[in-house]
Design a binder for this molecule. Sequence first.
Ligand SMILES: NC(=O)c1ccc[n+]([C@@H]2O[C@H](COP(=O)([O-])OP(=O)(O)OC[C@H]3O[C@@H](n4cnc5c(N)ncnc54)[C@H](O)[C@@H]3O)[C@@H](O)[C@H]2O)c1
Length: 333
Amino acid sequence: MRLKSFQGRLAVVTGAGSGIGRALALDLARRGCRVAACDIQPEAVEGTVALAGGARGDRVRGYVFDVSDREAFFRHADMIKADFGQPANLIVNNAGVALGASVREMRWEDFEWLMGINFWGVCYGTQAFLPQLIESGDGHVVNVSSIYGMISGPLTSAYNAAKFGVRGYTESLRIEMRAEGLPVSVSCVHPGGIRTNIANSSRLATSRGPDQAEFSKWFERITLTTPAKAAAIIVDGIRRKRPRILVGPDAHVIDLMQRTLGIRYQWVAGALLNPLMYGKSKNAVAASPQPAPPAAAEKPATEAEAPRKRAAKAAKAAKPAAGSARAESGGVA
Ligand SMILES: NC(=O)c1ccc[n+]([C@@H]2O[C@H](COP(=O)([O-])OP(=O)(O)OC[C@H]3O[C@@H](n4cnc5c(N)ncnc54)[C@H](O)[C@@H]3O)[C@@H](O)[C@H]2O)c1
């Protein structure tokens, strides 16, 4: 059954200092929700609270904590309930960051940083607020995944791992809530490209991909949807209690592509994304890499030897020249 009104409900939004999270906090406040706007950046949260302004000002309160800190998340869940004097009806686990790094080059500290926020932050938020959502009698968990929770791309393995993880975790939760007859709806959100700050604040740690400036420029070119439009689509999905909320025309195309092509989507994704992510110049890789045929003079490899030989050859070709690795650029803590 559709939600009739947001009036007087308590919504908790993480990553509410920028982009989709800020737009969602403002949209929900406009519809009469009481909003706990959470972010790791104090000035960003203050900005959101100020933008809510006027009569809605007292409906929106800011909270500063790191979603990858489990204890802090649980502490804030108690604090928010006490401050507003009611259990939360809605948790939107939206806070997220991006990382560009190949599996070969990825540093564990970058991988763990991303998983801490994009995956564990979502799980902590869900479990910290689940008791309140059940107590409210009409709760809703909204976890933000991505189109990268439906398909993978090059140099995004950590982001893909987190976003596929969010999708699996969220869909399982939905089945459980129904099986146990608990009053909690569950939605997984898959945005396409949304024009936010995420590219500027991403970590790029790769010798073969774009640098920060190239990446931000490319991101701006391919993003089709504004944060306000994204928020309106997500809020409509919440109202309709949709299990899966696709945001933007590109998200619909990718969903269709994945469903019709199955695993073969990788050929299309590679052909489209490799030139963009690896660049067209010296860093370029073939869109659809084919193993090179053995040279005429070369003794043909046996079936068992061939893959090993090809792998060794590819590794030799891919090895960057000494000193050519690009320094990590523009990361945020
Ligand atoms: N923008 C896109 O194209 C796009 C596409 C698909 C999915 N998403 C997802 O949407 C969500 C929102 O991203 P956005 O595009 O609005 O980005 P954004 O950078 O504009 O906003 C993200 C917010 O999260 C906050 N944040 C970062 N780390 C945090 C932490 N440890 N604890 C608390 N807050 C933290 C940031 O301070 C920032 O205010 C993310 O989960 C992102 O992965 C974005």
